[in-house]
Design a protein around this ligand. Structure first.
Ligand SMILES: NC(=O)C1=CN([C@@H]2O[C@H](COP(=O)(O)OP(=O)(O)OC[C@H]3O[C@@H](n4cnc5c(N)ncnc54)[C@H](OP(=O)(O)O)[C@@H]3O)[C@@H](O)[C@H]2O)C=CC1
Ligand SMILES: CC(C)CCC[C@@H](C)[C@H]1CC[C@H]2C3=C(CC[C@]12C)[C@@]1(C)CCC(=O)C[C@@H]1CC3
Length: 350
């Protein structure tokens, strides 16, 4: 038996998988979250807002290790919420760790802290943070990561390390596959934005979990990982549109085939986001999935080197991309197209 450890955000997509990974490895696990999304006799839940120190202290008392993987959803455009939770809330988490004598803190950051809409090819962790982040999510993930890594060098603080995953997917993800399928159902997945050759990282959730646990187990006084950030990916960059096509076909939808110019779509998304901002005092409009950040993510290269995680954490993905895509498709029976048939789906679309 190891632990006890606390997973802040343990009711979320990644957090819940992390809890399962920790239980498999015999950790004693507590979850701190706004809500309880599952039940497990081995897990103690503490419900509360991470911006409230007293609520955190109740969960952290007696714990030696904390994973912080809570964040407002990236699709939100609520500046105040992002600053309150990702920056101020993370400061509160650090303070609560100090007061409770927590030794180690593993932060879930994001590889997108260096993304500003331009191509990223096999970037290492030395690439500087985005100077002009494209949304409040990215802006506050940068501030959060800086805050946590800096705290790791103070004498009274917990030892810290940040894991930067990219494009996490897998069973129970409320984001990637459901958004994609909703777009396909509305007939919005007919076009490939740009030339369709952009290569990106998508990372299976179990590999991200492994990266977090290895980081926690390597983090100790004098370890080279203290105060550092590590990319954790599937280490198998893939064409964005090939990945989307495989997901769609696997669920019985037609993959996009026709091309539409990137600059046209990007300019349209930009104008739409300005309009939403200008009209906000009068009516609440939301661009939904169609944001400049998402259009850029769909059309640029963004893949990252995880050589440092391999060297310092002993990280090696345990689920290949092919297996991960198959497992994910199988996990969403309710999102299948109504005419889906696993035996004839190849014939339908080819
Ligand atoms: N998904 C991805 O592709 C990537 C995600 N990440 C990072 O991974 C982490 C987990 O993401 P993911 O699992 O996808 O997100 P989820 O939204 O599924 O999980 C986040 C969890 O944190 C909770 N939470 C939010 N605000 C607070 C708060 N103030 N106090 C306590 N709990 C709170 C959420 O509750 P509720 O749902 O009620 O708001 C939710 O249960 C995040 O830090 C994200 O930035 C990094 C790279 C890629
Ligand atoms: C409608 C389609 C053109 C696109 C649908 C898929 C998108 C919803 C996803 C493709 C890349 C994903 C991604 C993220 C969210 C979901 C996507 C935009 C993140 C922004 C999530 C949070 C991060 O830290 C970075 C991720 C990059 C990739």
């Amino acid at each position: 038996m190891k632990g006890p450890c606390v997973v802040i955000g343990g009711s979320g997509f990644l957090g819940h998988h992390l809890v399962e990974g920790l239980l498999l490895r015999d950790y004693v696990v507590r979850v701190f979250d706004l809500r309880q999304s599952f039940h497990d006799d081995r897990v103690t839940f503490f419900l509360g807002d991470l911006c409230e120190k007293q609520a955190l202290i109740a969960a952290l008392t007696g714990a030696t290790l904390v994973f912080h993987c809570a964040s407002p959803p990236p699709s939100s455009n609520d500046r105040n919420l992002f600053y309150r939770v990702n920056l101020l809330g993370t400061r509160t988490v650090l303070q609560a760790c100090r007061e409770c004598g927590v030794q180690n803190l593993v932060l879930t950051s994001s590889a997108s802290v260096i993304y500003e809409g331009k191509d990223i090819r096999n970037a290492s962790e030395d690439v500087p943070y985005a100077r002009t982040p494209m949304d409040y999510y990215t802006e506050t993930k940068i501030l959060q990561e800086k805050e946590v890594l800096h705290a790791g060098s103070s004498k009274d603080g917990p030892l810290t390390v940040a894991i930067r995953p990219h494009g996490i997917f897998g069973p129970r993800d409320p984001q990637l596959v459901p958004v994609l399928v909703r777009a396909a159902q509305k007939g919005q997945m007919k076009f490939i934005i740009g030339d369709g050759k952009n290569v990106v990282d998508f990372t299976y959730v179990d590999n991200v979990v492994l990266g977090h646990i290895l980081a926690a187990e390597t983090l100790e006084e004098g370890s080279p990982i203290c105060g550092k950030a590590y990319h954790v990916t599937n280490d198998e960059p893939i064409s964005f549109w090939n990945f989307m096509g495989q997901m769609l076909q696997g669920l019985g939808y037609e993959p996009p085939r026709r091309h539409i110019p990137y600059l046209l779509v990007y300019s349209f998304a930009l104008i739409l986001s300005w309009l939403c901002m200008l009209l906000r005092p009068l009516i609440h409009l939301s661009p939904g999935t169609f944001t400049p950040m998402r259009v850029a993510l769909a059309s640029t290269h963004h893949y990252y080197s995880c050589e440092n995680a391999k060297r310092d954490l002993g990280y090696k993905p345990i689920v290949s991309l092919e297996e991960a895509i198959a497992k994910t498709i199988r996990s969403y029976p309710k999102l299948r197209h109504r005419s889906y048939s696993s035996s004839n789906r190849e014939r339908i679309w080819k």
